[in-house]
Write a protein that binds this ligand. Structure first.
Ligand code: 57M
Length: 358
């Protein structure tokens, strides 16, 4: 919004020319998101407690989780407020990619809200049945992917980090692939969100990585030099990624161990869908696999565990997702969290290195 009101003033005062620069607006989107988090966080947590919107910990978790019963949940509202307000304040509101990412985020966040609400209402921690939740995710993912496919002039080529010449063309199948990216990322973040700060840490790292890639992909000269797809208009998503970084840092202030609040499915599904859609816009879906590797590892641990148990009646891990396995091995919760963050940072650096290793 500020871009539309203040940038035109540069004709009278040269200072306002600064509002043209994506870098300037991204920095202030980060700072605005932090301020929104710190101002709204305590108030939202207080309201969640007042309305008894509190986590019901299932009885089959590692025993140390039972002490978490009653922790306020649905704190994803803090994240969404700190993402939407700065984005709408600092971006060019005519940018269509901004709206496709925000609306996809809102759709998955809304589904997560209904799931969280049902868990609390039914007091059993189960929520909406997968057979109802999953088709809704697929439908929303297909809708977003279909719109993006047309917004990007049917660009259905796949881009692989490290292999610049390998660019298979999926044709219309790209719409299905795009849905899988959005739904898969949303559920992988959801599975990862099982320890204090465990999900928001890698979300932060992934958002920071994509903040760089959105800026480069939206800049013709940089994209050409680095041999990454040039996506006209994707540069504005740098600002949205900045708001994601600020919102993630702000939420981590309250979600760090011992957590004052959990994000709930309203937060985890929204964040995953947001990252998946951003990856589609920048044509960097496989970069998401690298920088979001913690989410991939957690989801794979569940897939392996379920397949092994169904086929062999034996578990691969003591419990899946992987963070529970380390809990049952006796690792302290903060140790698991910080070590997962360290791996996330390493993966983020490897993802950035792919810019030169092509
Ligand atoms: C998402 N939700 C946390 C919180 C958070 C198929 C199966 C693998 C599904 C999976 C599952 O139920 N996943 C749901 C994980 C829950 O966190 C809530 O959910 C929101 C995110 N969606 O925001 O509101 C619990 O996680 C803990 N937590 C924290 N700090 C945080 O900041 O400590 C969350 C956030 C919270 C709290 O205790 O209650 C969760 O774990 O449910 N199921 C599982 O993950 C289960 N694994 C399992 O069944 N493994 C089996 C097979 C089927 C794979 C096996 O290994 O044999 C584990 N989760 C639970 N119980 N709750 C273990 C059993």
């Amino acid at each position: 919004m500020l871009y539309h009101f203040l940038y035109p003033l540069h004709e009278y005062f040269t200072f306002f020319n600064v509002f043209r620069y994506i870098t300037f607006r991204t920095i202030y989107a980060i700072l605005t998101a932090l301020i929104v988090s710190f101002v709204m966080g305590p108030w939202i947590i207080q309201k969640l407690k007042a309305f008894q919107i509190q986590q019901i910990v299932r009885d089959d978790v590692p025993s140390r989780h039972l002490s978490k019963n009653g922790t306020p949940t649905m704190g994803g509202g803090i994240i969404l407020a700190a993402l939407f307000l700065p984005t709408l304040l600092w971006v060019d509101l005519t940018n269509r990619y901004i709206w496709i990412v925000l609306l996809t985020t809102l759709g998955f966040g809304g589904l997560g809200f209904l799931d969280d609400y049902r868990k609390i209402k039914e007091k059993n921690g189960l929520g909406i049945r997968a057979r109802y939740k999953f088709p809704v995710q697929v439908a929303m993912g297909l809708a977003s992917s279909f719109i993006l496919f047309h917004l990007m002039d049917h660009n259905s080529r796949l881009v692989f980090p490290f292999f610049k010449r390998v660019m298979p063309d999926l044709g219309n199948w790209y719409i299905l692939f795009g849905m899988l990216v959005i739904v898969g990322t949303a559920n992988a973040v959801n599975l990862t969100d099982g320890l204090d700060g465990l999900a928001i840490g890698p979300v932060l790292i992934t958002s920071a990585t994509f903040m760089l890639f959105c800026y480069l992909a939206g800049h013709f000269r940089f994209a050409s030099y680095l041999q990454i797809p040039f996506v006209r208009g994707s540069g504005e998503l740098t600002i949205l990624c900045g708001a994601l970084v600020g919102a993630g840092l702000g939420f981590l202030w309250f979600n760090t161990y011992p957590a004052q609040v959990f994000m709930g499915d309203v937060g985890s599904l929204a964040l995953g869908a947001s990252l998946g859609t951003i990856a589609l816009v920048t044509k960097q879906e496989f970069l998401l696999v690298i920088t979001g590797g913690i989410f991939v590892i957690e989801a794979l641990s569940v897939i392996l565990q379920v397949i092994s148990y169904k086929l062999r009646k034996k578990r691969v891990f003591r419990m899946a997702p992987l963070h529970h396995h380390f809990e049952l091995k006796g690792w302290a919760e903060p140790k698991i969290i910080v070590r997962f963050w360290i791996i996330g940072i390493i993966l983020g650096l490897i993802a950035i290195s792919t810019l030169k290793l092509r």
